[in-house]
Design a protein around this ligand. Structure first.
Ligand code: GDP
Ligand code: MG
Length: 314
């Protein structure tokens, strides 16, 4: 018996349930979720550790959640699509996820991306809990099979965690023998500092509407960990004064609500008490600023923080 491992990219249109699936497979919340499209902006890695069991080798599946495939109309959107392509390029397997309760002609666009990449792909028909007439699934499977030579077609419900055992079996069977890339207690490569920014963004997605969530981004300015208390200061950037007024709310109520909900989530995640300070700033047109969008990339921020640490020690 050998150890299997590999990189598996979760690909699909906005709202198909990619991030819900990632969290369900990893068993912990590593990606934020919302009913609004374009919730996920970066590729997010989650590690699924599978011990050896009857008839199955031990394995490690490194899952990569990606932003929804869409036609970008801003620098931010283009950067999101670069994240999708980069995730797909480095993968051994693609999980193409579609909303089975709402099939759309645009699914073809995503299938074409997979064809072009040439990476083996499984098709996941998600949200089957919403498909009342299960007899519809068979013809749907048939028509997708005609569009592409999928390794497998698997009906699932990421939300209700249905069909996931079967999916895990099939993924492991499809992955080559390989090393353990991550230690067994590691679930993601995102540092806590950046996960808390996402937690704040999730609250903004939940508490505000219309263009506000899309015009907003969050930068963590400081993150100080003590064994019992984590002190966090973060800036919420939006594009216009009107959006800032909404984010702050009457007498600061909205910002307080966002802050309180986010803090409770962070306390659960970090296992310490959290002291959170939030600021709102207007940065006109940030979604079109290549420079600022590059700054938002946590992998890049990490390099900069490491550089600052180096200089401070010198
Ligand atoms: P993503 O944009 O593909 O990452 O989609 P999300 O994971 O953020 O989910 C989008 C919405 O679909 C959220 O409201 C989820 O709760 C919902 N959702 C995801 N999977 C399922 C499912 O299996 N069944 C149902 N009913 N809803 C789901
Ligand atoms: Mg997502």
């Amino acid at each position: 018996m050998s150890f299997h491992s590999g990189f598996v990219c979760i690909l699909g249109r906005p709202n198909a349930g990619k991030s819900t699936l990632l969290n369900a497979l990893v068993g912990e919340k590593v990606a934020i979720i919302s009913p609004k499209p374009q919730t996920t902006r970066n590729r997010i890695l989650g590690v699924l550790h599978c011990p050896k069991s009857k008839g199955r080798d031990a394995a490690q599946v490194v899952l990569i959640d990606t932003p929804g495939v869409h036609k970008p109309d801003s620098s931010l959107g283009r950067k999101m699509m670069v994240e999708v392509r980069e995730a797909m390029e480095g993968s051994d397997l693609v999980l193409l996820i579609v909303d089975a309760s709402k099939p759309s002609p645009e699914d073809q666009f995503v299938i074409n991306m997979v064809k072009k990449a040439g990476t083996p792909a499984m098709l996941l028909l998600n949200k089957i809990d919403m498909v009342k007439d299960k007899a519809k699934l068979l013809p749907m499977i048939e028509s997708f099979r005609q569009m592409h030579d999928f390794e497998e077609v698997i009906p699932i419900s990421a939300l209700r965690k249905q069909g996931l055992e079967n999916l895990i079996q099939e993924m492991i069977a499809a992955l080559p023998a390989g090393p353990r890339y991550f230690p067994e207690d590691q679930m993601t490569d995102q540092p806590a500092r950046f996960m808390v920014a996402e937690v704040i963004r999730e609250q903004i997605l939940q508490q505000t509407s219309e263009e506000v969530p899309y015009a907003t981004t969050v930068v963590v300015e400081s993150f100080e960990e003590d064994p019992r208390l984590t002190r966090i200061a973060a800036t919420v950037y939006c594009e216009r004064d009107g959006q800032k007024a909404i984010l702050v709310g009457k007498g600061g109520q909205m910002l307080k609500k966002i802050g309180t909900q986010a803090r409770l989530q962070m306390e659960k995640m970090l296992g310490t008490r959290v002291f959170l300070e939030l600021f709102v700033k207007v940065k006109a047109g940030w979604r079109e600023s290549r420079e600022f969008i590059d700054e938002l990339d946590w992998r890049r921020q990490l390099e900069r923080l490491a550089g600052a640490g180096e200089r401070a020690r010198k």
